[in-house]
Design a protein around this ligand. Sequence first.
Ligand SMILES: Cc1cc2nc3c(=O)[nH]c(=O)nc-3n(C[C@H](O)[C@H](O)[C@H](O)COP(=O)(O)OP(=O)(O)OC[C@H]3O[C@@H](n4cnc5c(N)ncnc54)[C@H](O)[C@@H]3O)c2cc1C
Length: 415
Amino acid sequence: MPDQTFIIVGASLAGAKAAEELRSEGFEGRLVLLGDEHERPYERPPLTKDYLRDESPREKAYVHEEGFYSQHQIELITGAPATALDPGRSRVTLGNGRELSYDRLLLATGAEPRRLQIAGADLDGVYYLRTLADCDVLRSRLDASPRVVVIGAGWIGAEFAASARQRGAQVTVIEAASVPLERVLGPEVGRVYAEAHHDNGVELLPLSGVEAFEGNGSVRAVKTTDGRTLECDFVVVGIGVVPRVQLARDAGLEIDNGIVVGPTLVTSAPGVFAAGDVANAWNPFYERRMRVEHWSNALNQGPAAARAMLGRDVSYDRIPYFFSDQYDLGMEYSGFATEWDQVVFRGEPAGGQFVAFWLKNGRVVAGMNVNVWDVNEHVQTLIRSRTEVDLGALTDLDTPLQTIADQGAVTGPSA
Ligand SMILES: Cc1cc2nc3c(=O)[nH]c(=O)nc-3n(C[C@H](O)[C@H](O)[C@H](O)COP(=O)(O)OP(=O)(O)OC[C@H]3O[C@@H](n4cnc5c(N)ncnc54)[C@H](O)[C@@H]3O)c2cc1C
């Protein structure tokens, strides 16, 4: 396809990995990667972890080395938002009015933080954490051993709180649920994180909300819904993200909690694909659509979309996977558990080394290994097998997980 032009909108993980895949799969045409940030593509996980704590160089966060894009004839244009898309004419317009035509286009526009709409929300010192630029501001504010209030104990809030504590900040976390990360992990496993934050000196205010930010120009205090006033130097809000669908919506593409795509990652407009945080994709294994806001989804779905753009057979059916590091708790989670009726542990949660399993009707729907490594593949095999598992074996440290997983894989789905 040497005469064709492929355009990728969104120069972050999904977009950059898609561009890499197009070249490694032999696409010889013109390849344009548009990003509205001023950075070349980088990964976001370090922004709540080692980079935020000043333990790793900025260079380590980038997806590729600086010369990668020119070496592979990828026209990376940064600081260049795509402002309009016309699928009928196969054209995309940039912020400076320039128009580009394409043969295939990938939307990898990601997500952005959900904003708090309360009194004082626009005061200086109320921060969100999504970009390297956001992180640079927070890094320098953490230099002064500040008092920080974190709103929300989801992944971003919980990881930021951990890193801020490790940098010597005084940290209070306001969370609507009873424990951190409860929406995804449930109370049993969320409790492990509540204890870790508590043991590390974070003041956790569960079952509470925020009413207003107070200050004269800059935030100086947070008023909670139960009447407390928490004095602070700054605030970090982590209350989830929303997919960046404006461009797609204005272009008339089907939108429903993200850009709707099938298993081949094509949108409702022929020749236009979507991947990463922005895509609400039909997953054939789960037989439902899912929008996954995790690193590994961007890492794998971007290249899958690239192969689909090249006309290859694609059916994206990966089991969602993510990781998190907080204090000395390193973990990996596999699965997509929206409901479960049982949680069991293999190993002692209090010991900080265990695997938790979420089960529904005796079958594993998700698993999370904490400070236990090289088991994620077995957890995924168990989920895929859809087999009823022997709970005695699953929770017995002397029965290798691989044995149980292999058994499930052989037996196949239970009726
Ligand atoms: C601080 C932080 C820590 C994280 N830690 C973890 C972790 O530990 N584990 C994990 O699994 N996941 C983690 N994640 C989630 C993970 O980073 C995301 O799932 C991933 O970045 C999604 O990649 P993406 O390419 O789909 O979208 P994004 O990373 O959101 O990138 C989309 C890009 O498109 C650009 N863009 C949007 N609209 C336009 C436009 N119209 N024109 C041009 N460019 C546009 C955006 O500016 C952005 O650069 C973390 C996220 C954050 C913010």
